[in-house]
Design a protein around this ligand. Structure first.
Ligand SMILES: [Zn+2]
Length: 239
């Protein structure tokens, strides 16, 4: 399996690793800072610096079929490293930070709109969530005001782990019905935005809501009778 370094520290921009496997689906490293596509967040891009000084572009990062191995995807025809080679991985940090800010803003959006979440996606400085909001009227201006008020609380974001049993005893923690938190490994990662939100999540987040910057609500669309899709965009760079 690949040690997911981004899980304990989402701010790592580069890290050394050893090549453990190479095939046409991608390169497997013993550890990585590249976030694999999942939970509505896209896979990281970046590059691997090889010992001979050459650079190998990583176009996407995905999980292997076992969900424990992480595959670093390269362009067809790339010169691939040898097994056992030492590489320096470097993510596209500008892109990742935009996604971390958007992802954290979407957690806050679930606090503004406390309805079951049926889908969502994290983009590059923007994102969306689908809510099973019933007949409730959702007002763009009001949502934006409340979202920015939460961002302005400068709340600390932290992670901790609980057991599968603790999660089973607290089903209210799961807001996202379409993406069940991964259980079966015995523990689940919780992301807490102090005083605002607590939910299981495996994604990457900023450490304080002040890093999100200002958010705009760019759309509220009907997606079926009781579903509403709310889109947000971050309108200035992080603090
Ligand atoms: Zn998250």
């Amino acid at each position: 399996m690949t040690e997911p370094l981004f899980r304990d520290d989402a701010y790592l921009k580069e890290a050394e690793a050893i090549v453990e496997a190479v095939d046409d689906r991608g390169i497997v490293l013993d550890r990585t800072i590249f976030y694999p596509q999942g939970g509505g967040q896209p896979g990281d891009r970046g590059e691997l610096l090889l010992e001979d000084g050459s650079r190998l572009a990583i176009l996407n990062t995905t999980y292997g079929a076992d969900r424990k191995t992480i595959l670093h995807g390269v362009a067809e025809g790339s010169a691939l490293p040898q097994l056992g080679a030492r590489v320096l991985g470097r993510i596209d940090w500008d892109l990742r930070l935009k996604r971390m800010r958007a992802h954290t803003a979407l957690h806050l959006l679930t606090a503004v709109l406390p309805y079951p979440v049926t889908g969502g996606a994290v983009g590059d400085g923007e994102g969306r969530l689908d809510f099973d909001s019933g007949e409730a009227a959702l007002d763009k201006t009001e949502i934006a005001e409340r979202l920015n008020a939460l961002i302005g609380k400068n709340a600390v974001v932290r992670t901790r782990w609980i057991s599968d049993d603790e999660l089973a005893a607290n089903p209210g923690l799961v807001k996202t019905m379409s993406v069940k938190p991964p259980t079966g490994t015995g523990r689940v990662r919780l992301v807490e935005i102090e005083g605002i939100d607590l939910q299981p999540c495996g994604g990457t987040h900023v450490l304080n809501t002040k890093e999100i910057g200002e958010a705009a609500v760019t759309g509220v669309e009907k997606k079926g009778r009781i579903n509403r899709r709310v889109r947000i965009a971050l309108s200035r760079s992080a603090a």
